[in-house]
Design a protein around this ligand. Structure first.
Ligand code: ATP
Length: 622
């Protein structure tokens, strides 16, 4: 009896909280959503659909929502730090309500797991009835759904606050959700979720409009650089590309109306005038409404060129590189553990497996990331040049030397990372000089100048077996032990289980056809059986050439688009021969072999082939 009364008191309190914080019109939102839930054929007492997407399909979805995921994850971690130990969790979904990523308190995650509130589950209204994620998507509004406002009884122990995340064009990109036990409802949760969603949107804008002229503005200069700042991006001919929520508010126009405006009509200055004043920070400007604002103007295309010695780096960090292959993910995890600990990393792997890309990512994630990344390919330089290139030389050190001498790559890497690619090809006499640099941390330029102290992180790569080179007497054993603090070997493409994700990512990032295209299932099946001697480099080339073969109206690469030399090359991956020569036969054969190798387990076979389960089922039926 007493327990009953307590429960009622909690529920009353819950209800009051919700009414107080969710604002007017809530009952209408809920009743509309309940009506929709009923039309989806759901009933209050039914057991919800707890199915989750298989890991390979989820990895593909993550890849498709990569920008959202990459920018949301750090924000989610910051948000989590605010709500830790409140029996709650944070979830990020795509525009359909599919949970891409979640994090939270262990105790609550365990309870949430029971109602499939976890990555791979879909929380649309159609699947779960009224719930904050699904209802926020349906209403395109920040939504709190509390306790028994959930349509399904199974979900009524939850309180959820969800905020839609819009992409720079104003389209729904996903939802950020904070869910907890309904007894732990807190009035600040929605405010925190809204701020976090805004942070993600701002990050999406700044990362998308990298080549645009961007204006960060506010009527109070101290608010520039904070969440309150307006961000508006313009093409270099002055057209508005996108504007964040604060910019829309300050400019007094919705995104659709802003698109008809130009830099000049909104800020009273042309692109050239803005660029001429790039250095003024903050810059005083007048809005079209007459309101005075302060602005920081950025125009990366007009920014100074990077300093020499600093190589162009691929814009990836370690997290970005991992796309679902367990072997590769394990290698990345091991690398992550030694980063910043003065342990040299030696990357092995066949040509084109991404050793250079990984070395770049290691640098980007290291505490020395603000320093230079200096790469030297030991195989591409003649022995006579590599010594000068690496160690530097003084004025007049040898005939033909530049008048003033040069510092050398090792000295240039000071404070950053030195990447010695193809180290197995380093000429033997130079190996002992390199060893001395690594031991003594000073470099002596040719020509006898004073030794220069150097401090850098060392990453080496080789596609040769260095152990064998040591045994053959071609590589110094002492140097070998000096450089192999951590050895990671990148898997060849033919062994990777995330081929579909990799292909999707390349097509999205490269836009070879001038737009994003896809790959037909039979092509993926063929890819899955290919040996890929050139690994990523070869895959990129094949996709580039195939994309060029597409007609304007075609959006999928089919076998007919693949380059002939690639089709001539196929070597079956597994021992089992391909049965038949028709493409369908080849695909069916690949599926049959994968099923056989995985004891008929469709999910495992789909993962191995890098295709969806549906594809495997289709091929089984055909
Ligand atoms: N994960 C990846 N996804 C897509 N493309 C990639 C990936 N990793 C590498 N690449 C691309 O593949 C090509 C080869 O990569 P990289 O130069 O890093 O390989 P490598 O192992 O160093 O090759 P090599 O031994 O021949 O020097 C590059 O164009 C790179 O951008």
């Amino acid at each position: 009896m007493q327990r009953h009364a307590v429960c009622h008191a909690v529920e009353r309190q819950d209800q009051q909280d919700v009414e107080r914080h969710a604002g007017r019109g809530l009952s209408e939102v809920i009743s509309n959503s309940h009506a929709r839930s009923a039309t989806f054929g759901l009933s209050v007492t039914m057991r919800p659909d707890y199915g989750v997407l298989p890991a390979a399909d989820l990895a593909l979805k993550l890849e498709q929502n990569r920008a959202l995921f990459v920018h949301a994850r750090p924000v989610m971690e910051t948000l989590y730090a605010q709500i830790v130990n409140t029996h709650s969790m944070i979830a990020l979904t795509d525009a359909s309500g599919l949970i891409l990523h979640s994090l939270g308190d262990d105790d609550f995650l365990a309870r949430a797991e029971k109602v499939a509130l976890r990555a791979g589950a879909v929380w649309s209204e159609a699947r779960q009835g009224t719930n904050a994620i699904g209802t926020a998507i349906a209403e395109r509004e920040a939504t709190t759904i509390h306790g028994d406002q959930h349509y399904l009884r199974a979900n009524q122990f939850l309180t959820c606050s969800s905020v839609p995340i819009l992409d720079p064009l104003g389209n729904l990109s996903g939802v950020l959700d904070v869910t907890g036990d309904r007894r732990s409802y807190h009035q600040h949760t929605m405010a925190l979720a809204k701020m976090s969603a805004q942070m993600i949107e701002n990050r999406l804008i700044t990362s998308t409009c990298t080549e645009a002229l961007r204006i960060h503005f506010h009527s109070r200069p101290e608010f520039i650089g904070t969440l309150m700042e307006g961000i508006a991006a313009f093409s270099l001919d002055g057209r508005l590309l996108c504007a964040n929520r604060s910019a829309q508010f300050q400019l007094g126009l919705a995104l659709g109306d802003l698109r008809a405006q130009t830099l000049e009509s909104l800020f009273g200055a042309s692109v050239d005038e803005m660029i001429a004043r790039l250095a003024a920070k903050p810059l005083a400007l007048g809005l079209h409404s007459g309101v005075a604002v302060f602005a920081n103007v950025e125009c990366p295309l007009r920014a100074p060129a990077p300093s020499p010695g600093m190589r162009e780096t691929a814009a990836s960090n370690l997290r970005d590189l991992s796309t679902g292959d367990p072997q590769f993910a394990a290698a990345i995890e091991r690398v992550r553990r030694v980063i910043g600990k003065n342990i040299p990393v030696l990357i092995g792997g066949e040509t084109g497996t991404g050793k250079d890309v990984l070395a770049n990512a290691i640098h980007r994630d290291s505490p020395r990331h603000a320093g230079p990344f200096v790469a030297v390919n030991c195989a591409s330089l003649p022995e006579t040049l590599i010594e000068a290139e690496l160690f530097g030389y003084t004025e007049g050190a040898f005939t033909g030397a530049a008048k003033r001498g040069a510092p050398g790559k090792i000295a240039q890497a000071n404070g950053g990372t030195l990447f010695l690619d193809e180290i197995g090809d380093m000429p033997f006499p130079l190996q002992s000089r390199l060893l001395r640099v690594l031991q003594e941390r000073v470099v002596q330029p040719l020509g006898g100048a004073r030794p220069i102290p150097v401090d850098f992180a060392l990453v080496c790569a080789s596609n040769r077996n260095l152990r064998e080179r040591v045994e053959q007497g071609a590589f110094r054993e002492d140097l070998y032990y000096r450089i192999n603090g951590l050895v990671v070997t990148l898997p060849p493409l033919r062994e990777r289980t995330d081929l579909a994700v990799v292909v999707d990512r390349i097509l999205r990032s490269e836009r070879f056809a001038g737009r994003v295209v896809g790959v037909a299932d039979e092509v993926l099946a063929l890819f899955a059986r290919h040996r890929w001697p050139g690994n990523f480099r070869q895959l990129s080339n094949v996709l580039r050439t195939a994309s060029a073969m597409l007609d304007d109206h075609e959006s999928q690469i089919r076998i007919a688009h693949l380059p002939q030399d690639f089709l001539d090359e196929p070597v079956p991956r597994e021992a089992g021969a391909i049965r038949g020569t028709r493409l369908d036969d080849i695909a069916a054969s690949a599926v049959a072999a994968a099923l056989e190798a995985h004891d008929g387990n469709v999910s495992a076979a789909a993962r191995a082939l890098g295709v969806s389960r549906t594809t495997v089922y289709r091929k089984m039926r055909s």
